[in-house]
Every structure is written in C-alpha cells, then in structure tokens.
Design a protein around this ligand. Structure first.
Ligand code: MN
Length: 152
C-alpha cells in the first residue's frame, strides 16, 4: 500500500470517505498562497488560508487541521512566534507544523525545529515534490499507518 492510500484510509476513517487531510496555509504572499492551495486542492486536500499569524492561530483553533504550512516571513508576528504559540495549545499540540522558508541561512533549520515545527520546505516550492513532502509529514505523525482508531 502506498503512502497516498494509507493517508486516504486514515482520513476516510476519521472524516468519512472522500475526505483527505485538512491543511492550513499561513502565508502572507498572495501568489505563494495561491500556488500552494492550487497544488494541494488538485491532490484532494481541503485547504484553509490565513494571511497572518494571528488569523492563522485563530483558524487553527477553529478547524483543527491535520497539518499546518507556516511561512516564516510574516508581518507583525513571524512564523517562529506563531509556531511557539501553537505548540502551547494542548488541542493543537500534535498537529505537525511545517515551516516554509526562503531563507538559505545556516541555523534556519535549528530555529525552525526549536520553535516546534517538524521540518521545513524551501521556497520557492517545487510543484513536482511538494505533495510528496507533505504526505511524508502527514504520515510521520502515524508511523504505524492507519490502524489507530481516533475518538475525536
Ligand atoms: Mn511571507
């Protein structure tokens, strides 16, 4: 069984058939938001968008996404601050946060992980590998596949 089928079964169990994961995209750049959403929706994901950190945190509490894609360079409240705040919330504690960053700086990865993200994807995103990367992060939270029964 491939990764995609595993995710599909897991989410079918959770949400009813024909539903894939819900992904929250927190990104201030309209073009990046559009491209990310376009690719994910094309692959069957349900995508919610927020343009800044505060809106993203509020939306995360509402929708309890399966994964959060978090731009690091955000106005007012940067991605590190957003990740730290999300990690402090019990309900959202286990939701993987994947940073999306254009920085090529040494230490960026350490900062991203220290803030509570599970990893990062470099900008500009590569449409050919982007969904595979997302799927790996979704599966990483369920290392044994799809057998667990959730009670939420
Ligand atoms: Mn940005």
């Amino acid at each position: 069984m491939g990764h995609r089928e595993q995710i599909y079964l897991y989410l079918a169990d959770r949400k009813g058939k024909d539903m894939k994961a819900t992904i929250l995209v927190i990104e201030d750049n309209e073009k990046n938001r559009y491209l990310t959403t376009f690719i994910l929706e094309k692959h069957g994901y349900q995508v919610f968008q927020a343009e800044d950190g505060q809106a993203g945190i509020a939306l995360a509490h509402q929708i309890k996404p399966d994964l959060i894609l978090l731009d690091i360079q955000l106005p007012v409240m940067d991605g590190y601050a957003v990740a730290r705040e999300l990690r402090q919330n019990g309900e959202l504690r286990d939701v993987p946060i994947v940073a999306v960053t254009s920085y090529a700086m040494v230490g960026d990865r350490e900062q991203v992980l220290a803030a509570g993200c599970v990893g990062y994807i470099e900008k500009p995103i590569n449409p050919a590998t982007f969904v595979t990367e997302i799927e790996q992060y979704l599966l990483a939270r369920k290392p044994n596949g799809t057998q667990e029964v959730r009670h939420d």
